[in-house]
Design a protein around this ligand. Structure first.
Ligand SMILES: [Zn+2]
Ligand SMILES: [Zn+2]
Length: 155
């Protein structure tokens, strides 16, 4: 038997979610326990050192983070109908999440960064009155509260 061969375990989304919840519960119970805190700190440090030495691991982690960001964005876009609410553009790369009536900067400041803004929107259940999805063109055209040419131009 070749001991070097690692079998990649494949978990179903339900298993992953259960695991995530269990880890979270454990964290909530122990987060104020100094022994746990110290152990967590050491674990994080070990992981950090290992990653620093291994460019492949760094790349993997960066990719994963990117995927999370992408998945969040896609989830929000899907919740708002999967296309630009003005012109119907469907290409995800062109789509951005818009704050209805402005307030994007304030929201970003409150949340810390744009990743947390996305997390916050998802947490709020993607309220249709507060946010919407626009493509870059429509987003650009409606800066400073101007109406989009799609709306004013007679076709
Ligand atoms: Zn558009
Ligand atoms: Zn438009």
């Amino acid at each position: 038997m070749n001991r070097d061969v690692k079998i990649e375990k494949v978990y179903t989304p339900e298993q992953k979610e259960r695991r995530r919840l269990a880890v979270n519960r454990y964290y909530q119970r122990h987060k104020d326990d100094p022994t746990y805190k110290e152990a967590a700190r050491r674990r994080a440090l070990r992981k950090y050192r290992r990653i620093r030495k291994d460019p492949k691991a760094t790349r993997r982690i960066l990719d994963n983070t990117k995927n999370w960001a992408k998945r969040r964005k896609l989830a929000i876009i899907a919740a708002y109908g999967g296309k630009c609410t003005c012109c119907g553009e469907k290409e995800e790369v062109f789509l951005t999440i818009e704050h209805v009536g402005g307030g994007g900067k304030k929201h970003r400041e409150e949340c810390g960064n744009s990743t947390r803004v996305y997390i916050d929107i998802l947490k709020r259940g993607c309220p249709k009155d507060k946010y919407t999805v626009l493509c870059m063109n429509c987003n650009f055209a409606t800066r400073f509260n101007k109406p989009c040419p799609h709306k004013t131009r007679n076709l």
